[in-house]
Ligand binder design. Structure first.
Ligand SMILES: CC(C)(COP(=O)(O)OP(=O)(O)OC[C@H]1O[C@@H](n2cnc3c(N)ncnc32)[C@H](O)[C@@H]1OP(=O)(O)O)[C@@H](O)C(=O)NCCC(=O)NCCS
Length: 175
């Protein structure tokens, strides 16, 4: 599956992106508010990228991990994980490239692609309540805040945190 936008190529993430994946996945600053990052060592990245590649090869993947490519550079990742049959969006952009609209452009294109090709009309996403960049991105995508709950565990920190859930139903929410 490859998705093209004005500036980006969005394609399956796999082992060939190890070096550039590590740039953001190993960075505590880049992954401060994430549940599964930062990774603790290269072996973990290698295993994850292999799993991502294997999942892409399945007829009905349970998750889709994409690499975001700009001008031939791998600048971040965007994912869709199926949670009880519902698609959950996730994203991370290498901090060198923050603030240039790349996450928005990627997420919009992925949602449109899954809507047109797979008939998916509902998407949700979660983020730490302190992760302003992430929830503003959700709002820019037309997603609405659906709830707030405790018990979130970000990998970089031992404390429990709060998280927002955002969602969008393309048949009802006007963007
Ligand atoms: C969240 C993240 C992916 C946004 O990436 P980005 O490419 O910088 O975002 P965009 O440039 O596409 O911004 C889209 C919108 O998000 C909001 N936004 C982005 N960065 C923001 C910031 N630092 N503060 C407030 N709002 C911000 C803005 O509304 C922006 O739209 P605008 O520029 O028209 O105002 C990026 O900050 C990141 O990688 N964070 C670390 C990983 C992470 O926390 N992922 C989410 C886990 S739940």
């Amino acid at each position: 599956m490859e998705i093209k936008t004005d500036r980006l190529l969005i394609r399956p993430l796999g082992p060939e992106y190890l070096k550039t994946y590590n740039e953001y996945a190993m960075s505590p600053e880049n992954a401060r508010y994430m549940c599964f990052l930062p990774v603790e060592g290269e072996a973990e990245s290698v295993a994850f990228l292999k799993t991502a590649e294997e999942e892409w090869a399945k007829p009905h993947p349970k998750f889709y991990e994409f690499a975001i490519i700009h001008d031939g550079e791998h600048i971040g990742g965007i994912s869709i994980h199926m949670e009880y049959g519902k698609p959950v969006l996730g994203w991370i952009i290498n901090r060198k490239y923050w603030g240039r609209g790349f996450a928005y452009e990627s997420a919009k294109a992925v949602m449109e692609h899954f809507a047109s090709d797979l008939g998916i009309r509902y998407f949700c996403a979660y983020c730490d309540t302190r992760n302003t960049a992430s929830f503003r991105l959700m709002e820019k995508l037309g997603m609405k805040r659906a709830g707030e709950s405790g018990g979130r565990k970000n990998r970089a920190s031992p404390e429990e945190a709060f998280e927002y859930k955002y969602e969008i139903d393309l048949d009802h929410d006007v963007k």
